[in-house]
Design a protein. Sequence first.
Length: 66
Amino acid sequence: MFALQVSGMGCGSCVSKITKAIQAVDETAKVEIDRAAGKVSVDSQQTVESICKVIQELGYSTQVNV
């Protein structure tokens, strides 16, 4: 599991888009999003880099939380 800081999530539609995009590359991924904090937690078999790329392709910026 890893956590990302995602900039630009302003509404519920953003949350839905990000969740669907992540689950498109890993249908078993568990995604938890705290829109107010800009935090996306992902439990996936994919790499953090591949998940970041998917989110960035939607137009959001990402940063890995350590």
